[in-house]
Design a binder for this molecule. Structure first.
Ligand code: B4P
Length: 207
């Protein structure tokens, strides 16, 4: 299975690139932001609690998002793999994801982080806020708070995957298609079959 964690601050392009990646690799897209917004639209109790936090640019409690990912994995047992978009956002979420994937006899293949500076993030999200109807995209101080939450609570998740030798960072500024090509290059490296004995493999290729 191919399981990609797409990482980066709010507005880095995670949602944008996820749409292209699910079409290219036929993966299931799991965006905790989208799952939470669906709960808000349905007017569930969980959605009402999440909305207050999201509108303020704060994180929703770990157990809520972990529970949503757990049920989404149960609902997609036949999937070829997943794009995790906006999850995990804390180290406890990352630890839970490892545990949940192990229950399904799979694991995270790699994390790809999109790096974008704060001023560009603010510009992109204010622009999206003109049409998205998302309260968290319409107020500059809330956008800056989200970036601050990312820097203080989420950025350390990168270290968690670096320790597992699964972390890759890319410049998230540039043409969307160009960034997509670079992401695919990194993912394809992780899809290469593991060669146990390079000399034997080379001899087989010659023969
Ligand atoms: P999310 O829904 O995850 O949203 P996001 O991080 O704001 O956006 P994303 O990063 O996907 O946007 P994109 O760059 O694609 O989170 C919303 C809230 O939900 C959080 O603040 C939190 O409250 C809650 N939440 C979600 N998951 C949680 C979790 N695991 N734990 C706790 N709380 C959680 O797009 C941004 C804009 O940039 C778009 O308009 C796009 O067109 C543009 N763009 C993209 N790439 C571009 C490029 N290369 N050049 C120019 N513009 C570009």
């Amino acid at each position: 299975m191919l399981n990609i964690v797409l990482f980066g601050p709010p507005g880095a392009g995670k949602g944008t690139q996820s749409q292209k990646l699910i079409a290219h690799y036929k993966l299931v897209h799991l965006s905790t932001g989208d799952l939470l917004r669906a709960q808000i639209t349905q007017g569930t109790e969980l959605g009402l609690r999440a909305k207050k936090l999201m509108d303020e640019g704060l994180l929703v409690p770990d157990e809520v998002v972990i529970g949503m990912i757990d049920s989404a994995l149960q609902d997609n047992k036949q999937a070829a793999g997943f794009i995790f978009d906006g999850f995990p956002r804390t180290v406890p979420q990352a630890e839970s994801l490892d545990r949940l994937l192990a229950q399904h006899e799979t694991r995270v293949s790699c994390m790809i982080a999109l790096e974008v500076g704060e001023e560009e993030l603010v510009k992109r999200l204010l622009e999206r806020g003109k049409t998205s109807n998302r309260p968290d995209d319409q107020d500059e101080s809330k956008i800056r708070r989200r970036v601050n939450v990312y820097n203080t609570e989420t950025a350390q998740v990168a270290g968690y995957y670096a320790n597992q030798h699964k972390f890759h960072a890319l410049n998230g500024i540039g043409q969307i298609d160009g960034i997509f090509t670079q992401i695919c290059g990194l993912i394809d490296q992780h899809q290469q079959p593991v060669v146990e004995d390079p000399a034997k493999a080379a001899a087989e290729v010659k023969a």
